[in-house]
Design a protein around this ligand. Structure first.
Ligand SMILES: NC(=O)c1ccc[n+]([C@@H]2O[C@H](COP(=O)([O-])OP(=O)(O)OC[C@H]3O[C@@H](n4cnc5c(N)ncnc54)[C@H](OP(=O)(O)O)[C@@H]3O)[C@@H](O)[C@H]2O)c1
Length: 284
């Protein structure tokens, strides 16, 4: 069976990909940084390699028997004061360098839906530069472009739990967020597909208002939604860079932009948001 190197296996999506790869019988090596919580991966992966993913020396000898790579490495919640160019571009570029040196068969990379039209955002600029590199490489690649993840929708649940949800605009913007388990199947399928890009979302297309209502249904609290005029969102985008450093502003900038965009992609999977929100109650 083919040997896959997974980078990002300690993250939300990566942890589901690791399980899916083993379920399908692949040999799995994960590469993680020393500081990360990789305990669960030790019982799933065949090999766990620890090191600084920004140091080219970490990759020495690692790719010798690797056939294909999947990477979900990227900054989501900023905690290291690194830039997107350091991580979303830089680490993935190092993985591709090693992949090219060792003539791997395939590189599957997770970017974002509409990332190529959002290149003025720091996160998308870095991700799409890497997509450009993949497109210029002789290594075959598939770029996965998901809509929002269920993990990100948890913010709606948190607000509902506190008793009130705040939305920008009139709540009519649509999205079809996807569960990590469903998306992991698409990423692993990507190893053997010819498509250079796959846009994908979850099975339910929902307005932000409907997502809020589902969050209230899960928490069994009365629906209380406050609609914030969209000019406030635009104003925040203008003034926040003056008050926040670029590391903290990056995720906020991405969030404030996608909250005003249609984020629907071809539907896939069967995991529903209500069940996900209900599963969070058990964790509370
Ligand atoms: N969340 C969304 O709605 C969404 C939508 C579309 C696309 N995406 C993209 O999909 C990808 C996966 O998302 P996710 O939610 O699974 O993210 P996540 O849970 O934050 O996982 C990110 C992974 O990247 C690794 N990483 C980050 N900084 C690193 C560094 N400096 N050195 C080494 N490893 C580093 C993390 O390792 P540690 O565990 O050590 O931190 C983790 O394994 C991201 O690139 C994200 O931008 C997300």
């Amino acid at each position: 069976m083919k040997h896959i190197l997974l980078a990002g296996g300690t993250g939300y999506l990566g942890s589901f990909i690791a399980v899916e790869l083993k379920k399908r019988g692949y040999t799995l090596t994960v590469i993680v940084r020393k500081s990360s919580k990789s305990k669960d991966l030790h019982s799933i992966a065949d090999h766990v390699i620890e090191g600084d993913l920004r140091d080219p020396k970490t990759y020495e000898g690692v790719f010798k028997n690797i056939d294909m790579v999947i990477s979900t490495v990227g900054i989501t919640k900023q905690k290291d004061n690194l830039t997107y160019m350091d991580v979303d571009y830089g680490i993935n570029r190092l993985l591709l360098d090693e992949g090219e040196k060792n003539s791997i068969e395939k590189f599957v990379y997770v970017s974002v839906l509409h990332g190529n039209t959002l290149r003025d955002l720091a996160i998308c600029d870095a991700k799409e530069r890497f997509v450009d590199d993949l497109n210029h490489s002789f290594v075959e690649s598939t770029v996965i472009r998901p809509s929002g993840f269920f993990s990100d929708m948890e913010e709606f649940y948190e607000m509902a739990n506190r008793g009130r949800i705040y939305l920008f605009g009139d709540g009519s913007i649509k999205a079809n967020p996807i569960h990590g388990r469903d998306l992991a199947k698409v990423c692993v399928d990507g190893l053997n597909l010819m498509e250079s890009e796959i846009e994908v979302g979850g099975p339910e297309v929902l307005t932000h208002k409907e997502i809020g209502e589902i969050a209230f249904k899960a928490t069994r609290k009365p629906i209380k939604i406050t609609y914030i005029p969209d000019w406030v969102r635009k104003f925040l985008l203008k003034i926040l860079p003056w008050f926040m450093n670029k590391y903290s502003f990056g995720p906020v900038e991405f969030f404030l932009n996608v909250m005003a965009m249609d984020m629907t992609a071809p539907r896939y999977g069967n995991k529903k948001l209500l069940e996900h929100f209900k599963s969070l109650i058990k964790k509370d």
